[in-house]
Design a protein around this ligand. Structure first.
Ligand SMILES: Cc1ncc(COP(=O)(O)O)c(C=O)c1O
Length: 477
C-alpha cells in the first residue's frame, strides 16, 4: 500500500460527480417521457442482476450502464408530473442539493458534540417551519424520518404521561381514540408500543369523513365506566383517503376534559397550512400535545423528512432519554442532544435539505406553489362535477379528488366497483398517468392528488382527457 487512502481517487470522484449531476439533470429533463408507473413484472429487476457480489472492483461506467438498463426501467417515478396517486413526494432541485450534501458531510448528530451545526440548524429551521405554520412558540420540533415514526414517538409520550395519570396504570387497559379514517400508522404505533390492537378505538365519521366529536366523547365515557384507561386521542388533518379534516378544536376540548394526550396527524395536509387562507385547517392544534407534518409529502423535500412538533418535549425526553457513560458530555445541560428524543441514536443531517428549500423558494414562493395546487384541485373537481357520467365521492377540501364513473344507471354497486377498478388499471397501465384508489362507503373511489412540484395545469387537463378516453373505450368494449 502507498500512503494514499483507500477511497476512490479525488479526481475520479470529481469526474463522476460532474457526470452524476448531468445524469440527474437529463433525468429530470426527460422524466415526463418515461412511464410514470414502472411497466415491469415482479422479479424483472432481480433476474437481471448477479446474485453474487463482484470479487474485484469495477469501473463505475459499468454501474451507470446497469443503472440505465436495469434499474431505470424498474422505477415508478414519484418525480413525474403525472404521478397523482397516494400522497406524492416530489424532490425539488434545491432540496436535492441539500440532501446530496448531507450524505457528503456525513455528520451524525446523535449528540450536540458530534454534530453541533446539524443540531443547531435543525433547531433554527424547525423554528422557521413552526412560524410558517403559525404555531405557538411553545412548540418544540424534532425531525424523524417518517410520519409513522413521529406518531409512534407521540403515542409513546402519551403512554408515558398515562403512567403518571393512572395510579393503577395497566398497559392492557389503555385506550387510544382515532377516526375510522385515521392512517394505519396509528395502529402500527400502538402495537409497536406493546399495546394490544384492541386498544385502538375507531370513532365514526360524518358524511364528510370527519370524526364525530359526540361519538368520541361517548366512547371515552363508556370506556371509563368499564374501567379502561383512556390515554390518547389522534385527530387527523388531511386523512389519507379523502383529506377530510377532523374538527381539532372540538376534539381538543374533549381531550382536555378527560386529560388525554392529543396528537394531530397532519402528515400530508399540514404543509398546506403555510398558505394563510388554508391555515384554519389547523385551528385547535395550539392545544395539541404533538403534531406531525411531513415536508417530504407536500413541501418538495425528497423522502425522508418528518417533523414532530410538541408542547411537551420533556415528556418525550422522559420516555426516551438514556445516557450511557460513553455518550456523556460536559455541555449536556446547555444544548439539545437529539438522541434524548427518540429511539434512534444516529441522526442524518436532514435539516439541510429543508434549509436549502426554504431559502431558495422563500415562504411566499412555497405558498404560491401550494396555492396553484389548490386551484388545480378545484379545477379538476369542477370537471368531474360537470360530467354526467362522473361523480365525486367526497368533498375536496384541498387538492385530492375522490371520484368514480357511472357508465349507466343499470349497474349494481359491485359491477360499478369492478368497472372503476378496471378503468384505473387501464389508466395506470398506459404509463401516462398514475392514480390510486380507496373505498368510501363500500364504493370504489379513484383518487387523484395534485401536489407535485412539476405538475402544471396542462398535466391536469391531459389527465382529464386520458381518463375520459379510457372511460369511453371501456364502455365501447
Ligand atoms: C395521514 C397520514 N399519516 C401518516 C402517513 C404515513 O406517512 P409516512 O410514510 O411518512 O410514515 C400517511 C401516508 O400517506 C398519511 O397519509
Amino acid at each position: 500500500m502507498n500512503n494514499k487512502n483507500y477511497d476512490m481517487p479525488i479526481d475520479e470522484f470529481r469526474k463522476h460527480g460532474h457526470e452524476l449531476i448531468d445524469w440527474i439533470a437529463d433525468y429530470f429533463e426527460t422524466v415526463e417521457e418515461k412511464p410514470v408507473l414502472a411497466q415491469i413484472n415482479p422479479g424483472d429487476v432481480k433476474s437481471k442482476l448477479p446474485a453474487n457480489p463482484p470479487q474485484n472492483g469495477e469501473d463505475l461506467k459499468n454501474v451507470f450502464a446497469d443503472l440505465d438498463n436495469i434499474i431505470m426501467p424498474g422505477m415508478t417515478h414519484w418525480n413525474h408530473p403525472n404521478f397523482m396517486s397516494y400522497f406524492n413526494s416530489t424532490a425539488s432541485f434545491p432540496a436535492i442539493l441539500g440532501d446530496f450534501l448531507s450524505s457528503a458531510l456525513n455528520t451524525n448528530a446523535m449528540i450536540w458534540k458530534t454534530g453541533p451545526a446539524s443540531t443547531e440548524l435543525e433547531e433554527v429551521v424547525i423554528n422557521w417551519f413552526r412560524q410558517m405554520l403559525q404555531l405557538p412558540e411553545k412548540f418544540f420540533g424534532i425531525i424523524y424520518d417518517l410520519a409513522s415514526v413521529s406518531s409512534m414517538h407521540a403515542i409513546a409520550a402519551a403512554r408515558e404521561q398515562a403512567k403518571t395519570n393512572f395510579a393503577n396504570f395497566d398497559i392492557t387497559k389503555l385506550r387510544l381514540y382515532c377516526s375510522e379514517h385515521a392512517h394505519s400508522s396509528i395502529e402500527k404505533s400502538v402495537i409497536t408500543l406493546g399495546l394490544p390492537l384492541e386498544a385502538v378505538v375507531k370513532i365514526k365519521c360524518d358524511d364528510q369523513f370527519r370524526m364525530i366529536p359526540s361519538e368520541l366523547d361517548e366512547a371515552i365515557r363508556n370506556d371509563i365506566e368499564n374501567n379502561y384507561q383512556p390515554f390518547c386521542v389522534v385527530a387527523t388533518v388531511g386523512t389519507t383517503s379523502t383529506t377530510s379534516i377532523d374538527p381539532v378544536d372540538r376534539i381538543s376540548q374533549i381531550s382536555k376534559k378527560y386529560n388525554l394526550w392529543l396528537h394531530v396527524d397532519a402528515a400530508h395536509a399540514g404543509s398546506a397550512a403555510i398558505v394563510p387562507e388554508v391555515r384554519p385547517i389547523l385551528s385547535g392544534v395550539e392545544d395539541a400535545d404533538t403534531m406531525v407534518v411531513n415536508p417530504h409529502k407536500w413541501l418538495f423535500v425528497p423522502i425522508d423528512l418528518s417533523v414532530l412538533f410538541t408542547s411537551k418535549p420533556e415528556v418525550i425526553k422522559r420516555a426516551f432519554s438514556i445516557v450511557p457513560e460513553y455518550l456523556k458530555t460536559d455541555e449536556e445541560s446547555k444544548v439539545i442532544n437529539y438522541m434524548d428524543y427518540g429511539i434512534q441514536l444516529g441522526r442524518k443531517f436532514r435539516s439541510l435539505k429543508l434549509w436549502f428549500l426554504i431559502r431558495y423558494f422563500g415562504v411566499q414562493g412555497l405558498q404560491n406553489i401550494i396555492r396553484e395546487h389548490l386551484r388545480l384541485g378545484e379545477l379538476f373537481a369542477d370537471l368531474i362535477d360537470r360530467h354526467s357520467n362522473f361523480e365525486r365521492l367526497a368533498p375536496t377540501p384541498l387538492s385530492t379528488i375522490c371520484f368514480r364513473t357511472l357508465p349507466n344507471n343499470k349497474m349494481s354497486e359491485d359491477d360499478l366497483n369492478d368497472f372503476n377498478k378496471n378503468l384505473m388499471d387501464e389508466i395506470n397501465n398506459s404509463g401516462k398517468l398514475f392514480l390510486s384508489h380507496t373505498k368510501l362507503n363500500g364504493k370504489f373511489a379513484i383518487r387523484l392528488t395534485i401536489s407535485g412540484i412539476r405538475t402544471t395545469e396542462k398535466n391536469v387537463l391531459d389527465a382529464w382527457e386520458l381518463i375520459q378516453e379510457k372511460f369511453n373505450s371501456l364502455i365501447k368494449n
